[in-house]
Design a protein around this ligand. Structure first.
Ligand SMILES: Cc1cc2nc3c(=O)[nH]c(=O)nc-3n(C[C@H](O)[C@H](O)[C@H](O)COP(=O)(O)OP(=O)(O)OC[C@H]3O[C@@H](n4cnc5c(N)ncnc54)[C@H](O)[C@@H]3O)c2cc1C
Length: 601
């Protein structure tokens, strides 16, 4: 007969991947005494096999990992660095044997927010150990069912242990971080799949991990004219018709590497890529330099996923205290490496809701709704970002413009929204949703498609260089100096300064784009273009008014409380020109020489 045990917790997390472990750590750091159980069937040996994908962090995930989870030292000591994203298009698709055969956008310096690549197995094991040390209960088992209960009644989680025993866990808050099992998604009919529900996105993926590669086949590290950072220790993206590929180093010792493709079913038949041999044959003809690099190493694993994208139908954070985060909630395409950043937005939201609910805060429901609205909106925004990607990826000219445009928004709004925790501010989120630019983006993607159909070369935009647009702008630029001045108190970073400048540079980019693509008559042919331009400038002006109001509201306040305390304390400081007395070897007291009586040497 099966034995069955029961236990009660504040939070049960189903799934111990990166989302579940990040969630547990963030709750443990922010809610003292919280009782958490995390359920995952995998043993440490199994986790270390790195069957997981998702190996590169960008700025939002990086800020979350170092600042909010206190893991910067961990990353420095255990994971390889990532110097931004580099982009490569073949000059001629029939000749791809060396990097000189590609047009490249190289990240030419260290990024302002440093980032890392992730060996997922190592990270998940290490996080699990840290969380258990902080008091998390790790339940090694599989969730076989959940009873979701309305209101504040505890949810019931049924777990099957490896030995065949059963365990019943009860918790007021239930987090589904079990990835594509969609434990809550299936129960609540909350999962949307298929291109008809995903703005046409219809992508699949295939990847291989290898070790002991000869890195010099890609690059020998010497590029004194072009770059002050490593080309190899970045994430390198290679493009071609209907697909793009990543190349991500997974360590600095064994020279292991992850190389994979995202492809669009409308342009590439997944059946032609679904074995390692077929994938290598594809690379040999289409990206020979990658093929040679992979052939120089030994294969660790190979995987093929025919379908990647999905998103939640109605909600991510329920008033009934269940939450979906990570792959259990949504994923679009790995192009901008945003998966772990979407997790940062979701996990930080869940912590805020749970913290307030456990404390009996009457404002908790408003935060829950705000966070749900924001994260649902973000899921749509992230998936729409890949609209018509399949048609454009292989066009170096159009894609370089698209990347530049999308980076203006990423660095100008997404990163500062997260840095200032504006995704949890009800008034800001209402404004953001009311001013969503998705319709404009859809129209823009159509125009980009039109240029591809006409075979037009509109030049090559380099998102990292400061000589492409106006006023020395380059996309990683921030305007509110929140990094330089360590402005991390929620709501203190002036998000409207970022928004107003972002709209201004979007306007500048759009004007340059219309002129390059359609000439001055482009504004006459389609007056909507001029109207868009005027609207961007109006939005910039409106945001400037809000920016000034924000400055006024916080006038005289120190934007970082610990700096404020230091400055306050420093007012009472006087320099004391003496040392503390200490004992000589002989045992007699020693003392510093009084000023002006220094003996001759
Ligand atoms: C091809 C590809 C490339 C990507 N590249 C990047 C990238 O470069 N950067 C980036 O940020 N993101 C990337 N992503 C996204 C990233 O992979 C995901 O955001 C991330 O892996 C999701 O982590 P997770 O913890 O939600 O899910 P998972 O890592 O899948 O974890 C789910 C966990 O739940 C457990 N589980 C499953 N069923 C049960 C059950 N019944 N009971 C208990 N536990 C269960 C599993 O054992 C597992 O540990 C990529 C995605 C794809 C598809």
């Amino acid at each position: 007969m099966q034995t069955e045990t029961r236990a009660d917790y504040d939070v049960v997390i189903m799934g111990g991947g990166i989302a579940g472990q990040f969630q547990a750590r963030h709750l443990l750091l922010n809610v003292p005494g919280i009782r958490i159980a995390l359920v995952d069937p995998r043993t440490e040996e199994r986790v270390l096999e790195i069957d997981k994908i998702g190996e590169s962090m960008v700025e939002v995930a990086a800020l979350f990992a170092y600042k909010d989870l206190g893991l910067h030292e961990y990353f420095i000591e255990n994971q390889p660095p990532k110097n931004g994203l580099n982009f490569h298009w073949p000059k001629d698709p029939s000749k791809t044997g060396a990097m000189d055969d590609y047009f490249s956008i190289w990240n030419n310096r260290n990024p302002p927010i440093a980032s890392f690549q992730i060996h997922r197995g190592r990270l998940e094991v290490d996080l699990q150990r840290m969380n258990v040390q902080k008091g998390m209960v790790h339940c090694v088992g599989t969730v076989v069912d959940v009873d979701l209960t309305p209101g504040d009644e505890p949810h019931v989680v049924h777990v099957e242990r490896a030995a065949g025993t059963r365990e019943v866990l009860r918790a007021k808050h239930l987090v589904d971080a079990a990835g594509r099992r969609f434990i809550i998604g299936r129960k609540t009919d909350n999962v949307l799949t298929g291109p008809e529900n995903l703005f046409g996105l219809n992508n699949g993926s295939v990847w291989v991990r290898v070790k002991n590669v000869d890195r010099t086949i890609f690059h020998d590290g010497y590029d004194p004219d072009n770059c002050a950072t490593s080309h190899y220790y970045g994430t390198n993206h290679f493009f071609g018709h209907g697909h793009w590929l990543w190349m991500i180093p997974l360590d600095t010792g064994e020279m292991s590497l992850s190389v994979g493709a995202m492809f669009h079913h409308d342009q590439v038949d997944g059946k032609d890529l679904n074995t390692r041999e077929k994938f290598y044959a594809f690379l040999k003809e289409n990206h020979n330099v990658l093929y040679r690099l992979l052939e120089s190493g030994e294969v660790i694993d190979f995987q093929y996923w025919p379908r990647v994208a999905h998103m939640p139908r109605t909600r991510m954070f329920s008033p009934d205290n269940w939450y979906v985060v990570g792959d259990a909630a949504y994923i679009g395409d790995a192009f901008y490496s945003m998966g772990t950043s979407t997790i940062a937005f979701a996990v930080s939201s869940v912590t805020e809701i749970v913290k307030r609910k456990l404390a009996g805060d009457p404002g908790a429901e408003e935060i829950r709704k705000t966070a749900d609205d924001f994260n649902m909106w973000y899921s749509r925004t992230v998936i729409h970002l890949y609209h018509d990607h399949g048609k454009m990826l292989g066009d170096a000219s159009v894609m370089s413009w698209r990347i530049y445009y999308e980076y203006i928004w990423w660095f100008g709004t997404h990163v500062p929204i997260f840095a200032g925790k504006w995704h949890l501010d009800p008034a800001f989120v209402r404004r953001l949703l009311a001013n969503c630019e998705r319709h404009f983006n859809a129209e823009l993607y159509e125009e980009l498609g039109e240029l591809i159909a006409r075979g037009k070369n509109i030049g090559f935009m380099d998102c990292y260089r400061a000589d492409q647009l106006v006023f020395d702008y380059n996309t990683p630029k921030h305007f509110d100096k929140f990094i330089e001045n360590a402005v991390w108190t929620p709501g203190m970073l002036n998000i409207y300064r970022e928004v107003s400048r972002t709209y201004f540079y979007v306007a500048a980019w759009y004007a340059k784009f219309v002129l390059a693509g359609f000439g001055a008559r482009g504004f006459v042919e389609k007056p909507r273009r001029a109207m868009h331009l005027a609207r961007f400038l109006k939005q910039a002006a409106k945001a400037t008014v809000l920016e000034k109001a924000h400055d006024l509201k916080h006038r005289g306040e120190t934007r970082n409380p610990s700096v404020g305390r230091l400055r306050q304390e420093f007012r009472g400081y006087t320099h004391v020109p003496k040392l503390q007395p200490w004992a000589r070897a002989s045992g007699e007291p020693a003392a510093a020489i009084p000023a002006g009586t220094r003996p001759a040497a």
